[in-house]
Design a protein around this ligand. Structure first.
Ligand code: ZN
Length: 434
């Protein structure tokens, strides 16, 4: 840190401390790191659906809300007040996976992941047929494992017209579907970067993704065992309420999804940035407002199953809003709060320009982050279904820093919290002005 930065940091520290009853940035960051360590610990199993990870994370949030003196805002299955709002969903869940090439065991998460379309299965020393980019399915793959690369070859992707002609055939799914007609025993997709995700369907055969750089130049045979399949899972949102002093019938929701991609076979997807960071910020904001009572009422919600297709927030909005949607004035959804050196994005800033301009002006006053950008609504986090129902919402994510996303490297060690204090301050002040 150079002197100039140190000087401006001091001014910022001072303005933060005055607004936050002398809670210093150091203390806020220390607390944030502590919460992050809990949420990303192996005990919480990537906040997924093996080893009770999602349940442990939800119980932890409920415990923290309770410590802050916030009311339980949901009901359990028996109609009793609870912080947990239960719901069910279907996902394709991987329980176990092992892969061997020429007798060498691959490492889950680093060398391979299981495709969200994969079914279970066991293959021993089965021949691998390299189909380049998988654009031409071949009858000779029956009973063998077919391998292809993601996307399109350079000579096609660099030619705009050819690229357009191949557009429909270039996705993983269309390649998989084309291959399935020739009855392969399994499918390998070679990738430059592994990005894990949950799906809701399972093909009848194993489908794995390999990190191409870590592989031998020729893959001739493969041995693998995968336990996966579509299953119904009971999970939950976590919701706590704070009654407003002047407008108790007017609600603001602060939300962050606490779930992530879980674990299998030694690979832990701890989701430090996505979205332990937002969960930490949610808890910190809940604590702040529990000590500085707002005029309006607030709901603090940790949404579950966001990584399974926004299932928790969809359930809340469409099946069981804990507060009438028409009384909900605004939703602030926090996802990916780990950085901010390149500013923040307000998804839905384009849908609510007056609110967006207010956020921009406040940022100019506080000099919190270098820029506040805007995008239209999109189904990329838990704000989405609220906006479809006419409830104004922003999904705020931070920009800049390491690019780890849906992989084993999105961990606490790699999370920088570069603008955590500044972004927190900006958002608290933004909400206080409602
Ligand atoms: Zn995610």
């Amino acid at each position: 840190m150079n002197r100039f930065i140190l000087f401006s940091a001091c001014i910022f520290l001072f303005s933060c401390m005055s607004a936050q009853t002398l809670e210093s940035p150091d203390s806020l960051l220390r607390k944030a790191r502590k919460e992050l360590a809990v949420l990303t610990s192996q005990e919480f199993a990537g906040r997924g659906y093996l080893n009770g990870g999602h349940k442990k994370a939800a119980d932890y949030l409920a415990k923290r809300f309770n410590q802050m003196g916030l009311q339980a805002a949901a009901y359990d299955g028996l109609g009793r007040r609870s912080y947990l709002q239960p719901f069910e969903m279907q996902i394709n869940l991987v329980r176990e996976a092992s892969v061997e090439l020429s007798g060498k065991k691959l490492e889950a998460g680093r060398d391979f992941i299981i495709s969200r379309f994969s079914g279970g299965g066991q293959l021993t020393d089965v021949k691998v047929v390299d189909c380049k980019y998988g654009l031409e399915a071949r009858p000779s793959i029956e009973g063998k494992v077919v391998m292809f690369r993601e996307g399109l070859p350079e000579k096609i992707s660099k030619d705009a017209e050819k690229k357009k002609a191949y557009a429909e055939r270039s996705s993983d799914l269309s390649k998989i579907q084309a291959m399935m007609g020739y009855r392969p025993a399994g499918i390998i997709i070679l990738r430059s970067k592994l990005t894990a995700a949950f799906g809701g369907e399972a093909a009848p055969i194993p489908i794995i993704e390999l990190q191409e750089d870590n592989m031998p130049s020729k893959i001739k045979k493969i041995t693998l065992k995968i336990e996966a399949g579509v299953t119904t899972i009971g999970t939950q949102n976590v919701a706590a309420m704070l009654r407003g002093s002047e407008k108790p019938d007017s609600f603001i929701i602060v939300s962050a999804h606490y779930d992530h991609l879980g674990t299998y076979s030694g690979a832990y997807f701890t989701g430090a940035n996505d979205n332990a960071s937002g969960t930490v910020m949610l808890l910190s904001m809940a604590e702040y407002f529990s000590k500085h009572k707002p005029k309006f009422s607030m709901l603090f919600i940790g949404f579950g199953a966001e990584e399974c297709g926004l299932k928790g927030s969809q359930y809340y909005v469409e099946k069981d809003p804990l507060v009438e949607l028409r009384k909900t004035k605004f939703v602030l959804n926090l996802d990916l709060m780990g950085n901010g050196v390149d500013g923040i994005m307000a998804v839905c800033g384009k849908d609510y320009p007056v609110l967006y301009e207010r956020l921009v002006a406040l940022n100019e006053e506080l000099k919190a982050v270098p820029s506040v950008k805007a995008r239209p609504n999109a189904p990329n986090s838990d704000h989405y279904f609220f906006v479809l129902k006419g409830v104004p919402a922003f999904f705020i994510f931070t920009m800049g820093g390491p690019k780890h996303y849906h992989d084993i490297y999105d961990n606490a060690e790699n999370l920088q919290f570069s603008k955590y204090v500044e972004v927190r301050e900006l958002l608290i002040r933004f909400l206080e002005a409602f």
